[in-house]
Design a protein around this ligand. Structure first.
Ligand SMILES: C[S@@+](CC[C@H](N)C(=O)[O-])C[C@H]1O[C@@H](n2cnc3c(N)ncnc32)[C@H](O)[C@@H]1O
Length: 267
């Protein structure tokens, strides 16, 4: 299962929705409601790295309506899937585009720029260029589920910390945007948006995974092992040992993985 396959995005969506800070999401929608113009009631949300439309589904569940959704993603298959699922119910404009070409992102008239599980993949240069394009008087930013580098497992294994350190190092690898910010992304984004004049609030949105999430945990453990199996100083037998222990304990154990949500509102 690849990191952005439909199957993986589907598998994580329940945990993502549960993790999202609902106060922050609701605040974003309230701000959007206040921006509503009775003559032209549609509001525009541009969802960056939209995948199959997870942000659309989450915000709709929380009350979003009359939205023009501009979904932007490099992967046409994911956008097709978003259209297949929602094209008849919602106003969707799909843009198959590389986010790195920031100058061409369809931001004109945007009320909210949203993203979920995206900014930890991106770089400081990308965030700077994106924020440079935003009108801090008119466009809000809602960025959910940004990984923060923390993971706790129950029961514990002696190699948990070493595996996590290796995984966090891998998170800084170039993921297509230049050196990735990984767990530093929320802090970087917050500061950059504050410097631009926004009022920024951040709230924790950890994944709380347990017995009900066995298929997702299975993928996660395999994914972590695959990510750190070279270059990070863990021997094959150490990793094997860790992976076997983790897979054996999926049903009884649990796992918390830290993320943060961020809302930046015009002053
Ligand atoms: C972790 S997934 C999150 C998808 C979706 N936001 C969600 O929460 O389910 C990251 C998304 O970013 C997209 N992506 C990655 N690099 C990109 C790039 N350079 N330009 C546009 N989209 C990109 C991927 O195709 C993928 O859909």
């Amino acid at each position: 299962m690849s990191s952005f396959s439909i199957a993986w995005l589907d598998l994580r969506e329940g945990a993502d929705f549960a993790a999202r800070d609902k106060t922050l999401a609701t605040q974003a929608l309230e701000w959007l409601g206040q921006a509503t113009d009775p003559v032209s009631p549609d509001r525009i949300i541009v969802d960056l790295g939209a995948g199959t439309g997870s942000s659309l589904r989450a915000l709709t569940k929380l009350g979003a309506n009359n939205i023009v959704w501009r979904l932007v993603d490099l992967d046409g298959k994911l956008l097709d899937e978003a259209l297949r699922r929602h094209g008849k119910q919602y106003l969707i404009e799909d843009y198959q585009a590389d986010l790195n070409i920031v100058g061409e992102l369809p931001l004109t008239g945007t009320h909210i720029v949203s993203a979920s599980a995206l900014f930890d993949l991106t770089s400081a240069a990308f965030i700077d260029a994106l924020i440079d394009r935003l009108d801090a008087r008119k466009t809000a930013v809602y960025a959910a589920l940004n990984y923060d580098g923390t993971t706790t497992w129950t029961p514990a294994h002696p190699l948990d910390e070493k595996v996590l350190a290796a995984f966090n190092q891998d998170q800084r690898r170039d993921k297509g945007f230049g050196p990735a910010l990984g767990s530093a992304c929320t802090g970087y984004l917050q500061k950059a948006l504050e410097n631009k004049g926004y009022t920024v609030t951040i709230k924790p949105s950890p994944w709380q995974l347990g017995a009900k999430d066995q298929p997702m945990l299975n993928e996660l453990i395999n994914g972590i092992t695959a990510a750190v199996n070279e270059h990070y100083g863990l021997t094959e037998s150490e990793l094997d040992d860790w992976k076997k222990f983790r897979l054996t304990n999926i049903a009884e154990g649990n796992c918390t993985i830290g993320h943060w949500d961020l809302l930046a509102l015009p002053r």
